[in-house]
Design a protein around this ligand. Structure first.
Ligand SMILES: Cc1cc2nc3c(=O)[nH]c(=O)nc-3n(C[C@H](O)[C@H](O)[C@H](O)COP(=O)(O)OP(=O)(O)OC[C@H]3O[C@@H](n4cnc5c(N)ncnc54)[C@H](O)[C@@H]3O)c2cc1C
Length: 353
């Protein structure tokens, strides 16, 4: 453990008490932190662990542990509280939360209504959802999850302790990630989010889109993930079909002076869209069916030595290879982001045999 620097006060917090020795609880959380590549830090009163969602502070005595969670948004605080509750339950501990939930809806979840569904191009359907509390999706990361539960199950809710309960068990829920392609708050105060679904065989979201009608209710959680390309004079954005929406957003937000290239893979010439982008970022659309792959495009790219940023999003295995390629070519952690957007389950099953 290292001695930590002072903690910036976060906007929101939750507290709980656990009837268990501080040393035992701290040891379990420190081991968990280590497992996921985080380092616990000594604080004046005990120990702290910083997650992307916020911070867990533990202190206490030989018989009792105090848990304090701090986070910058109600949505992240909810996720942190759920995470702590899950770890405590696994360890056979029952935290007593002093801050009670004010609503039965998890703070990171919103109920929405589908207000538009239409074919965007041959391989994509555009869906627009609307809700009264979606404005936060304009401030956090670019992404959110759709929630598909077991047939007939209700939506997730908060129990008396303020912990998210998943009807049928959390493992029974399918929670695919999508990208907010655009977001706008209407004069009536309702916010609309548009997202583009790449249609593919066997996809549960593809099936949902096929029978989707205006007025359908859908729960979403988020926002999550990053907010696009790290500022650099030169960028290279490479993505497969699922990354077209995020690269479209990144291109739109880049400063006009940015130079570089974007390579996007789609199955059909009709999927090519006119995307606003800085003049000196060259966009190349590649059609599936030939020899070109996202990984091959990365290997063909000529990267400058400095002031550069590479974004690569595609199938999991290709992403692992891309990350290895960039590290081998001397890029530092802050100079690239490689994100697995989907997993080819058929390929994984073939590999297991
Ligand atoms: C940060 C992030 C942002 C994303 N944004 C978008 C987005 O805006 N639009 C979008 O369309 N997708 C996006 N994705 C990808 C999407 O979440 C996955 O494709 C997801 O698996 C789709 O769920 P599903 O229910 O359709 O299929 P699943 O039920 O997850 O999978 C069913 C079958 O389909 C296969 N499969 C899954 N995805 C694909 C694919 N792309 N091509 C071929 N076969 C596939 C699986 O291997 C499995 O066999 C994003 C993913 C991430 C991580």
């Amino acid at each position: 453990m290292t001695k930590q620097s002072p903690i910036t006060p976060a906007a929101l917090s939750s507290r709980a008490q656990v009837s268990a020795p501080y040393d035992m609880v701290a040891e379990q959380f420190c081991a968990f932190a280590q497992q996921i590549g985080l380092q616990a830090e000594d604080s004046d009163e005990g120990v702290s662990i910083r997650f992307r969602l916020g911070q867990i502070n533990l202190s206490g005595t030989a018989v009792q542990t105090q848990v304090e969670l701090t986070s910058e948004s109600a949505s992240s605080l909810q996720l942190l509280r759920d995470l702590v509750a899950e770890r405590m339950t696994e360890a056979g501990l029952t935290p007593e939360w002093s801050t009670k939930a004010v609503s039965s809806q998890p703070a990171n979840m919103s109920m929405t209504t589908v207000v538009e569904v239409r074919p965007l191009t041959p391989s994509y359907t555009r869906v627009v959802i609307e809700g009264p509390d979606l404005a936060r999706f304009d401030e956090g990361g670019f992404h959110f999850r759709l929630l598909f539960g077991p047939e007939g199950a209700g939506w997730p809710y908060l129990d008396n302790a303020g912990i998210t309960q998943w009807p049928g068990g959390s493992k029974a829920w399918h929670r695919p990630v999508y990208t907010t392609r655009s977001i706008e708050t209407q004069p009536d105060g309702l916010t609309r989010i548009a997202f583009d679904v790449f249609l593919h065989d066997g996809g549960r979201v593809t099936e949902w889109c096929r029978s989707l009608t205006v007025g359908t209710q859908m729960a979403v959680t988020g926002p999550g993930g990053g907010r696009g390309a790290v500022p650099a004079a030169w960028v290279c954005l490479i993505g497969d079909e699922t990354a077209v929406p995020v690269i479209a957003r990144m291109l739109k937000d880049l400063p006009e002076t940015t130079k570089g290239a974007a390579v996007l893979f789609v199955p059909d010439a009709g999927d090519i869209q006119d995307l606003p982008h800085p003049r000196d970022v060259q966009i190349e659309w590649k059609l599936r069916g030939g020899d070109a792959t996202p990984l091959g495009s990365l290997q063909d790219a000529i990267l400058p030595n400095q002031d550069r940023f590479v974004f690569f999003a595609a199938e999991r295995k290709e992403v692992i290879a891309a990350r290895g390629y960039l590290i081998d070519n001397g890029l530092d952690k802050g100079e690239f982001q490689c994100a697995a957007y989907w997993t080819d389950e058929d390929m994984e099953k073939r590999d297991e045999r």
